[in-house]
Design a protein around this ligand. Structure first.
Ligand code: ST9
Ligand code: ZN
Ligand code: ZN
Length: 329
């Protein structure tokens, strides 16, 4: 793949080239945003508000279909949820955003497909926002700055144009490693079709084809309900896990250990640990912790598809707890 191709993908047609902050984007230039047009950066994106509202109404309606559905359809919807979640946790998050381990090509392809099933923006965009979130946590440059309240951190950030600081400060970070991976590049290039296939078509067709479920039930349960729940679970990491819970590793930062988020987000709720040691492939202290994403990565390691799992040494963790922790365990 050529570098040129990668660059044009990175910028997108009609969008701001990351090397030149003065050109126009489909959403206005950085210069325009920097001129203090507060109204501009608070601009509500009604398309997103309407689509997310419809999605959530569809999800509530789906709940009424549960008693009418085949048991296999419910099991299938849950399996799709797990694959979706791994595409975000093991894929976009621990592999591509943090490079906390290395994955061989077949696993990267699986994770990219799983990530398209998650439909949470392509891997490049997800990892770009996430790296900016870590570097500028709880400031205007954090895409889902939790200082702006639970609603903004949860879903509101997707309803407005980004604060200019997100783009200006994000531009200074290096994301070239992401598009150097052909799997990330290809997923970005074919993102829309891969989402249609992985997030909607396959989850809907499997129950209909294999056990005669109605297309209506399988669409609402395995696509709409599963997608809506997985979005909210991921958003809870940005909202609840930045507000509620203890801080055994660093009491001076907002991210917290949140057991409920951990259960839903298959091991991603140890957020105080994760923001303290973001390079750790387990995103939590190892031990008797509930962390299905870590179990998955360890299983892939056993299969020979994963290498170079990074971990924070126990003595460093202990010293850090004693120095900056809140005294809880
Ligand atoms: C979704 C994402 O839901 C969820 C993320 C969750 C994260 C959770 C993290 C927690 C940790 C891990 C735990 C996971 C647990 C998961 C469990 C799962 C069960 N740096 O964005 P644009 C530039 S998505 C540098 O359009 P606007 C760039 O040039 C849901 N530069 O800004 C860009 O152009 P391009 C479905 C940046 O116009 C240009 O600016 N998707 C950065 O202000 C314009 O960017 C949706 O709903 C940066 N960070 O619009 C779509 N950012 O991209 C939602 C931007 O071409 N998004 N640039 O290079 C949108 O519609 C828009 O982004 C917007 C802002 C309206 C929100
Ligand atoms: Zn992270
Ligand atoms: Zn965070």
């Amino acid at each position: 793949m050529s570098n040129k191709g990668a660059k044009s993908l990175m910028n997108g047609e009609g969008k701001i080239p990351s090397c030149d902050g003065t050109e126009e984007s489909s959403s206005g230039s950085v210069a325009e945003r920097s001129e203090g047009k507060v109204g501009r950066r608070e601009e509500i994106v009604w398309r997103n508000v309407i689509l997310m509202t419809l999605l959530h109404v569809g999800a509530v309606y789906s709940l009424y279909l549960i008693p009418k559905a085949h048991l296999f359809t419910l099991i299938w919807a849950y399996l799709c949820f797990l694959v979706t979640a791994l595409g975000v946790t093991a894929g976009a998050h621990r592999l591509w955003s943090h490079r906390s381990y290395k994955a061989k090509l077949p696993l990267r392809i699986f994770l990219a497909l799983a990530n398209s099933m998650a439909f949470q923006n392509d891997i490049f965009e997800w990892a770009r926002d996430h790296r900016v979130h870590h570097k500028y946590s709880e400031t205007d440059a954090d895409p889902h700055n939790a200082q702006r309240g639970f609603f903004f951190a949860h879903i509101g950030w997707l309803f407005v144009r980004k604060h200019r600081d997100v783009i200006e400060k994000g531009r200074k970070l290096d994301f070239s490693d992401l598009l150097d991976d052909p799997v990330v590049w290809m997923q970005r290039k074919y993102y829309k079709s891969s989402v249609v296939l992985m997030c909607f078509v396959i989850p809907t067709l499997v129950p209909w084809y294999f056990w005669g479920e109605t297309l209506w039930n399988s669409y609402f349960l395995a696509s709409i309900l599963r997608y809506t729940i997985s979005l909210n679970v991921a958003w809870l990491v940005n909202s609840a896990a930045h507000m509620y819970g203890n801080r055994p590793y660093d009491k001076n930062i907002n991210p917290r250990q949140n057991a409920l988020v951990t259960i839903g987000a298959i091991g991603e709720g140890f957020h105080n640990y994760h923001h303290t040691f973001p390079f750790d492939y387990s995103a939590s202290e190892l031990g008797l912790k509930f962390n299905p994403t870590t179990w998955f990565i360890d299983f892939m390691f056993w299969l020979g598809l994963v290498t170079d799992r990074k971990q924070a040494p126990m003595e460093i963790i202990q010293a850090r707890k004693e120095r900056t922790g809140d005294g809880s365990s």
